[in-house]
Design a binder for this molecule. Structure first.
Ligand code: GTP
Ligand code: SPV
Ligand code: MN
Length: 610
């Protein structure tokens, strides 16, 4: 193995704590080479990856990557939060003792990068100069070049971020070892994968994947799990699976910022990148800040501030097209250096395709391979209906490629937050939008966020898979303390944001059609929320929040069935009463839930009985 110190020295990595950490893990994983990377190396690494057939060209300045077929999504079962204190055990964080997990992972990683290059990726999950910068620095070690290419798009990667740290020891140690993907027993009782965040040691150890959140450790392991823990331990901030957008009213000149959480694959990317409906385009301008993670803190002026710690988008490909998400399509246009993963690929024309990209798949099947690399023309009758792209196939592109990215997306001060929204896929009961002005009721609403269980076997009929604040897979400390931390942080605001619950997914009970057109029209609900917050409309009070009066919603240019609109703007009290019972058992799982949350639950329940 190369002389570690000589490599780090010539790469300009001066932080002695980082050097110590790299030496430590290089001894364990035993790579053949070590290379410190920065975003300036991207073109060379792309060429190397093309030469090694790790990626393929997908048009001018676009790339295609295919992951191992058993390694196509974040694994919840194999994800663990470990600490040295058993009181950190929650309901969803899959807590294990730190000592046990570190020993296990060190064993799995020992010698596991033999013959490979270990890349050292110094990164920052913040804009430089951010008040949360000290929680944002990290160094990922990985033995996978494709992971480096993704990190270059998803995070700010440069050695200077680590050299210039105020406290040289304040960085997240993130170790990724791919492992022998063909022999890991994915999904079997002998599964060897472990994705561990040792939260109180700010150390992330991921073994056994090269895909998404399992392998790009700046994103959810650091940006969500570790940061949520840091935010709580420091009592200083929140880190949430939230999108973040800005709305400018060109008539009044007012700017609003809204952050909000929907469970994975429930529409954050689409909402964050939205454009106003055509009829409202002259008046409103929507700006993109982030689609998956928001860090929130209270500024000296008593307002809540938010920022996207990421530098890129790892977006769901399915159904992304010029109609549903035109800005996403522009952000992956030729020349953007976007990377497509696990979509369908044409080895002759270098084109890519996924379900919903166009109404029908390409008519000329010549050259098309499905996400596993199998020829479409080789399919037998039984396989004919199989999707070409994996349902969780994704595109990776850097924020600057999004055409409506906000001019100040890199401002380290963040942006003041006016509204916090929660939403999930709910086929009935949840109206288009209901606003909540009380803090405890807003937090209560987030804690009882749920989405439809995807398999009938998974849940009781009508019962949701609860996903508190859309953080269920990323929760790093106990839920009761999480609720208390939310109340404490937002409680410090002199001008608190308004809360709301939104639902774009209500369906007709008979034929199943979506009652609301969704996508760009979702802006109409957010505009109403901002008007309510400004006191320009009053809405209609209900036991579960304030709903828009029909004439308060701006429906210019929207053709919607009057009956559908009625359903979208009413409360089904009987269904809500049933839901309250489910909520009670859901909340009862959480130790130490603040009394304010229970009081909010009882207030809503009592109002529904009136
Ligand atoms: P993660 O990246 O997994 O955290 O997910 P996400 O919340 O960013 O999900 P995304 O925005 O990529 O949406 C996932 C799916 O929801 C896509 O297939 C979208 O087409 C669909 N979707 C998004 N918005 C709407 C909407 O307003 N109405 C309907 N009917 N579908 C939508
Ligand atoms: C999610 O699953 O919520 C994602 C994708 O945003 S991943 O980064 O793979 O977790
Ligand atoms: Mn996500």
């Amino acid at each position: 193995m190369a002389d570690v110190d000589a490599v780090l020295e010539s790469a300009g990595l001066k932080n002695e704590k980082v050097r110590e950490y790299v030496r430590h893990w290089a001894e364990i994983t035993s790579p053949a080479n070590i290379e410190v990377v920065s975003v300036a190396d991207d073109d060379r690494l792309i060429e190397e990856a093309l030469d090694a057939n790790e990626i393929e060209p997908a048009g001018e300045g676009l790339y295609y990557s295919r992951s191992y077929y058993k390694d196509t999504a974040r694994s919840e079962e194999r994800t663990i939060v470990a600490t040295n204190n058993e009181s950190d055990k929650g309901v969803y964080n899959n807590w294990h003792p730190a000592g046990e997990m570190k020993a296990k992972l060190t064993g799995l990683m020992r010698g596991a990068s033999a013959g490979k290059t270990m890349y050292v990726i110094p990164y920052l999950m913040a804009a430089p100069g951010s008040p949360l910068e000290k929680y944002a620095a990290g160094v990922q070690l990985t033995d996978n070049r494709s992971v480096v290419l993704h990190m270059n798009r998803m995070a700010r990667v440069h050695v200077d971020y680590l050299n210039n740290l105020e406290d040289q020891d304040s960085f997240v140690r993130a170790v990724h070892v791919t492992g022998d993907l063909e022999n890991l027993g994915q999904g079997t009782p002998e599964d060897k994968r472990y994705f561990v965040t040792v939260a109180d040691e700010r150390t992330i150890l991921h073994f056994g994947s090269s895909y998404g959140g399992n392998a790009l450790l700046g994103k959810i392991a650091h940006g969500l799990r570790q940061a949520a823990y840091d935010g709580w331990a420091s009592r200083g901030f929140l880190a949430e699976q939230f999108m973040l957008l800005g709305i400018t009213d060109k008539r009044t000149g007012k700017r609003y910022h809204i952050a909000g959480g929907f469970p994975s694959a429930s529409g954050k990317t689409n909402l964050a990148m939205t454009l106003p409906p055509d009829a409202l385009g002259d008046r409103y301008h929507v700006e993109f800040y982030g689609d998956d993670i928001t860090w929130l803190w209270v500024g000296e002026d008593g307002r809540l501030y938010g920022m996207n710690p990421e530098f890129g988008v790892f977006g769901v490909a399915k159904d992304t097209n010029e109609g549903t998400n035109p800005t996403a399509i522009e952000s992956i246009a030729p020349g953007t250096k976007a990377i497509f993963t696990n979509v369908a690929y044409n080895e002759k024309t270098r084109a890519v395709w996924w379900e919903g990209r166009t109404k029908n798949p390409p008519a000329d099947l010549d050259g098309w391979l499905d996400w596993k690399g199998n020829r479409i023309t080789d399919r037998d009758a039984a396989q004919a209906g199989d999707p070409w792209a994996h349902p969780n196939s994704r595109f990776t592109t850097t924020l600057a490629n999004v055409p409506n990215v906000a001019a100040d997306y890199g401002d380290p001060r963040g942006v003041p937050i006016d509204g916090i929204i929660f939403g999930g896929r709910t086929r009935d009961r949840e109206p288009l939008i209901r606003a909540i002005t009380d803090l405890a009721e807003g937090v209560y609403d987030g804690l009882t966020l749920g989405a439809e269980a995807t398999f009938a076997a998974e849940g009781v009929d009508g019962q949701l898979r609860y996903d508190p604040m859309s953080m269920r897979p990323f929760m790093s400390y106990p839920e009761g303390k999480y609720a208390a931390h939310w109340l404490a942080i937002i409680g410090q605001c002199a001008e608190p944001p308004i809360f709301a619950h939104v639902n774009w997914f209500q369906r007709d009970a008979e034929d199943g059609h979506f009652l609301w057109p969704g996508y760009r029209d979702n802006l109409r609900a957010l505009l109403w929320l901002m008007r309510l917050h400004e006191g320009e409309v009053t809405g209609v009070p209900t036991p579960v929040g304030i709903l828009p009066a029909k004439d308060e919603l701006n429906l210019d240019g929207l053709a919607i069935d009057a009956g559908d609109l009625d359903k979208l703007l009413t409360i089904d009290t009987a269904r809500w009463r049933q839901e309250m019972g489910f909520r009670e058992s859901h909340l009862a799982q959480f130790d130490g839930l603040p009394e304010e949350i229970w009081a909010a639950h009882r207030r809503v329940a009592a109002a529904l009985e009136e």
